[in-house]
Each structure stands twice: as C-alpha cells, then as structure tokens.
Design a protein around this ligand. Structure first.
Ligand code: NAP
Length: 287
C-alpha cells in the first residue's frame, strides 16, 4: 500500500479506528476523518502509538452535515489529487430523534446521506487512484450490517425515510439505514461498472466495547459487549476488501468473515436501490 492514500470515516472510534490502524500498517497514508480536529488528533495519537511509522493526517468532517461534507472534500482535494481507498465506517445509533440543520433525521443523515454524498464527491479522485496504469483498482468499503430479522431490517419505508411518523425508536430508525448502505453499495457498483473503482459492503457482526450503543444501553448493549468480536478482529474483512490483491475485481457484494452473504428483502430488488439513489440525490441536491 506504499504510495496509496486511504480515507477512513469513523476513524476516531471502535471499528473505524481499527481499520485505519490496519490500513496504515499496510503502508498506506491514511486520512483520519473526525467530526472535530480534537477527535481526529486524538485518534492519530492512538494510531501512532500502535504504528509509529504510520503516515496520518486529520480531516474534520461532520458527516451529518452536507455543508461540512462538501467543505471537507474541498479541503481534501486541495492536498490530494487522487484517492485509492475510501472506507465509510462512521455511524450512529440514537435513542432520541434528532433533526440536522439540513432538516434530516440524524441517523438517516449520518448513516445513509453521509455515505452517499461523501462517496459521490470523492468519485473523481477515486477514479484517478488505484494505480496510474489502471492495473489496480481503487476500493470503496462500506460498513453496513446484514439484515435478517423483522420488517424494519429488510425494508425501507420510502414514505417515512426520516422516521417522522409515529413514535421514533432506534430499532425503527437504524436497521433500514444498514440496508440502505447495502443498496447504495449495489447502485454505486452498477454505476461504476467498467471503471477502475470497486465498492463492497461489510457486515461486521457485533463489535464489542465501541461507543456505538452508549446512548441506548440496556440488553442490546450487554449482548454486543458479551458476544461481539473485538474491533481489531472485525476489521479483518474490511481491510481485506480495501487492500488485498484477490479482492481487486469484486464489486457490489455484501461480505462477512471474507465470505459473500446473500442479500434478502429489498437487497435483491433493483427498484429499491434506484429509489434510494433518487431520494438521496434529491435530498443532497447533488446531481
Ligand atoms: N458495533 C457494532 O456491533 C456494529 C454492528 C454493525 C454495524 N456497525 C457499524 O460499524 C460502524 C462503526 O461502529 P462502531 O461500533 O465502531 O461505533 P463507534 O465507536 O461509535 O464509531 C462510530 C464512529 O462514527 C463517527 N461518527 C458518528 N457520527 C459522526 C458524524 N456526524 N460525523 C463524523 N463522524 C461521526 C464517530 O465519531 P466520534 O468518535 O466523534 O463519535 C466514531 O468515530 C458504524 O457505521 C456502525 O453502524 C457496528
């Protein structure tokens, strides 16, 4: 990975920081995205304590804010003309409903719109990455989750993307955003077919002792901390997809433990991913 640049969101905590650390160990220079300069600098200090030779730089971006994403990408492009790896690992799980300055529900804004807008704005840089001879691919890795439970894990309610109807609950708001990440992965893969950019999603399983569930607590948090894998272990598949020669040509798939997973529910419906793409395009006024 020497000479390659990776940008990792969520790199200030749990899984994202473990991924950033492992990618830096592989020799890539890593752009550590944090929602504040202090958070990014703290993460850089922690990563450097483990990897003293790591080449790291901070990038401040609040992924729930479209203005912040645009400004962060502008800042990145002032310093870099290409990007080889983008790992979207930032995410939230919130007990209460919050609305962002863009007028979007916070979980959807961060977990779906953040991925959509950041990735779209970095696509040209990714196309310039991956190796000048075109022999290598640039990689996008989206942390998501598999969905196999009740309706909210296998369906997106396009009439209530902002979880505004009825009572808000994190169990209603969050699972559709994980499915949304898989649908966006599939749609990006289709749109990038024939280019030098591949994109895949990862189900990391339960990841213990991260900050993700600190807001919700309770039995779900207990279960995750008891049965989950460490962030370092959960980072294995995302890092493999981001760096390994054998994953250079795979795209549009959902993975866990280096194996492809089926995508039930709306994950097998091309109309659903097109609809989500259209909604994200409309809400970000991007295209
Ligand atoms: N833990 C699990 O069991 C599990 C299971 C399935 C999927 N996942 C997914 O794995 C990913 C990593 O989660 P984790 O468990 O490692 O949780 P975590 O420790 O809470 O990490 C989440 C990261 O996202 C960042 N983030 C959140 N909102 C942001 C915003 N508006 N702008 C910029 N950064 C923001 C956080 O930054 P701060 O440090 O500033 O808060 C943190 O770095 C998430 O996408 C999550 O949905 C986790």
């Amino acid at each position: 990975m020497n000479g390659r640049t990776a940008l990792v969101t969520g790199a200030t905590g749990g899984l994202g920081k473990a991924i950033a650390t492992a990618v830096a160990r592989e020799g890539a220079s890593v752009v550590v995205v944090g929602r504040s300069a202090a958070r990014a600098e703290d993460a850089i200090r922690d990563i450097r304590a483990k990897e003293p030779n790591a080449v790291l730089e901070p990038l401040v971006c609040d992924l729930s804010s479209q203005a912040s994403i645009r400004s962060a990408v502008d800042g990145f492009l002032l310093r870099h003309d290409k990007l080889d790896v983008l790992v979207n690992a930032a995410g939230v799980f919130r007990k209460e409903r919050h609305v962002t300055p863009d007028g979007l529900e916070l979980t959807f804004a961060t977990n779906v719109m953040g991925y959509f807008l950041l990735t779209n704005l970095l696509l040209d840089a990714l196309k310039r990455g991956g190796g000048a001879d075109g022999a290598r691919t640039s990689r996008i890795v989206n942390i998501a989750s598999k969905y196999s439970g009740g309706p909210s894990t296998t369906k997106i309610d396009f009439d209530d993307l902002q979880t505004a109807k009825g009572n808000y609950s994190y169990l209603r708001a969050t699972p559709p955003t994980m499915l949304g990440r898989v649908l966006l992965t599939q749609e990006f893969a289709e749109r990038l077919r024939g280019s030098n950019v591949v994109v895949n999603a990862v189900h990391p399983g339960l990841v213990k002792h991260t900050a993700l569930l600190q807001d919700v607590g309770g039995p779900f948090r207990w279960m995750t901390n008891t049965f989950g894998a460490t962030a370092e272990k959960a980072a294995d598949t995302p890092v493999w997809l981001a760096t390994a020669p054998e994953t250079a040509a795979v795209s549009g798939k959902l993975w866990a433990k280096r194996k492809e997973l089926p995508t039930p529910g709306m994950g097998s419906d091309p109309a659903a991913r097109k609809r989500l793409w259209e909604e994200c395009t409309r809400l970000s006024k991007i295209l």
